[in-house]
Write a protein that binds this ligand. Sequence first.
Ligand code: ZN
Length: 160
Amino acid sequence: MRRALREARKAELQGEVPVGALVVQGEKVVGRGHNRPLGLSDPSAHAEILALRRAAKKLGNYRLKGCDLYVTIEPCAMCAGAIVQARLRRVVYGAPDPKAGACGSALAVLNHPKVNHRVEVVCGVLAEECAAILREFFRRRRIGVRYQGPGVRGQKTKGG
Ligand code: ZN
């Protein structure tokens, strides 16, 4: 999860909502991603989707059997759908997302009784750190300060 948080910080540096994800097979990271919908002009460019795509490409199979996904926030409905398609073994997430989380918070896409793939879900890993990076991002955005790296004071952006 620490490595997923590192990915989230990359998103933050690019002005994207700080979410990071990793796909792990055994002990090996086979895919990583951070949120990039703005940079890629792609509404599907969530951290989880990008990490799943890289893992599938690397393993040469869209079924990621036996792989686990680590992500800093509870996946949304789109990402939960992709997790089912990829047949992941386990999803480990940090902070719950009461507004859009599809692993039981707002919706229950994973392990829905009508979906036949079962995935183990572990939540709350480093939840406070995962939530704090998001909270801080939105707080700064509200007051119009752009993140410029750790220890650097932000400058006011035009228009706030
Ligand atoms: Zn998503």
